[in-house]
Design a protein around this ligand. Structure first.
Ligand SMILES: *Cc1c(COP(=O)(O)O)cnc(C)c1O
Length: 390
């Protein structure tokens, strides 16, 4: 691979990785199982993630990327015959039903409009008729469409019906605030390669006492070794890891977490960029895929005319050396996605991505009303002026 020609990475994960994170991954190795200083370091990194999520619940970092977190949460909580409420308005939301079924539970789907956030009032009426669920699954930002769900309302509502909540917040984190304790989230799942801007390879979960209680009172054993969260229950007191932690990945990730925690206005950076991207799309005559429920980490845009989104993404890569996201499932070929999360969410990178998208659209005969990059930068400036006035 010719590293000089690597494209500008603007996908909704994996994201660009800052130099200090890359360097941290190359420091000298210890034995992470036997060296007490690694144990302390692991616990401190988990503690930083608890702070980040605004929770007193312990956080575990597991070696394996985002999907492992979803899998581990499901296999650890679910027993055959359980009823699980799968709240879905997108591909990741719906995907939980496969996991749930795999572990012998009965998924019951609450389906939302795929172009909007989940309708909380409709969910509440649904729950008034049927709330006999051991747990519910929900995605914070469903990345293929970029739709953001109101966890602040949904999770406390589920909890008021005695339903445990498993939240996939892999792609919303860092760009959107998450309050695990306030919102009563039992298991909240993140990963290294989205907003935190570390390479893929790690997932992490916060686990509530109620979630551990459910694991403890299981009648059947957890049907996984690697995904078994219960074996971690006393690891701190026992000073013991169930398996060798991927030390280099965690060194890098820990620096990425510090990068996030050290930046004062990181959520504002994401929110202002996302807003300016949406304005740039609308003011130049293009269209956003969603009607509402926009997430600050990714913008999804319908492809104009008869163009094929996959081909457009390919052309933007080949001709402009910028890598943006296409999509899959029902959105394949229909939309393009700009990932402005973590290190991607910098005005110069986003401006370059918009400029390249416009150039390639024009080469395909689609002419925009204005210059997207200029509109984006003007809007961003307005956002910042507004912010300063506050
Ligand atoms: C990226 C992502 C994951 C992890 O999925 P991978 O494709 O395995 O990286 C899980 N949930 C959501 C919503 C994501 O965006």
């Amino acid at each position: 691979m010719n590293l000089k020609q690597l494209p500008l990475l603007m996908t909704p994960g994996p994201t660009q990785v800052r130099e200090n994170v890359r360097h941290a991954r190359s420091v000298e190795m210890t034995n992470p199982d036997l060296d007490p200083s690694f144990f302390k370091f692991y616990k401190e990194t988990c503690g930083c993630l608890s702070d980040f999520l605004h929770t007193r619940n312990p956080v575990l970092i597991l070696g394996g990327e985002g999907m492992l977190g979803l899998d581990a949460a499901c296999v650890s909580l679910i027993e055959p015959g359980d009823r699980v409420l799968v709240i879905e308005n997108g591909l990741f939301g719906e995907g939980f039903s496969d996991l749930v079924r795999l572990y012998g539970a009965v998924p019951v789907l609450f389906r939302g409009d795929r172009k909007r956030e989940i309708d909380v009032a409709a969910l509440e009426s649904f729950l008034k008729k049927d709330s006999d669920f051991k747990l519910a699954t929900i995605v914070h930002c469903d990345t293929p469409s970029g739709v953001l769900n109101e966890l602040d309302k949904i999770c406390p509502l589920l909890k008021s019906f005695g339903i445990l909540t498993v939240v996939d917040a892999v792609s919303s984190m860092v760009g959107e605030e998450i309050f695990v304790d306030l919102w009563k989230i039992d298991i909240c799942i993140g990963a290294s390669q989205k907003g935190f801007s570390a390479p893929p390879g790690l997932t992490f979960l916060s686990i509530s006492p109620d979630a551990y209680g459910v694991m403890e009172s299981r009648k059947t054993p957890i049907a996984s070794f690697y995904g078994n969260l219960w074996i971690w229950k006393n690891y701190e007191q026992e000073f013991w890891f169930p398996y060798s932690p991927p030390a280099s990945d965690i060194y890098g990730f820990s620096v990425a977490v510090s990068n996030v925690l050290e930046e004062d206005r990181i959520v504002f950076r994401h929110q202002s960029i996302a807003k300016a991207v949406r304005s740039a799309i609308l003011k130049t005559g293009l269209s956003l895929h969603l009607k509402s429920g926009y997430c600050a980490t990714v913008t999804v845009m319908d492809v104009p005319g008869e163009l094929d989104a996959e081909q457009l993404v390919r052309q933007i890569l080949d001709e402009e050396n910028v890598l943006i996201g296409g999509c899959f499932g029902y959105l394949k070929g229909k939309v393009i996605r700009i990932g402005h999360m973590g290190e991607n969410a910098r005005s110069d990178f986003v401006a370059k991505a918009l400029f390249s998208i416009q150039k390639v659209l024009e080469r395909n005969g689609i002419h925009l009303k204005e210059d997207m990059r200029t509109v984006f930068l003007e809007e961003l400036e307005k956002e910042c002026d507004e912010f300063k006035k506050k």
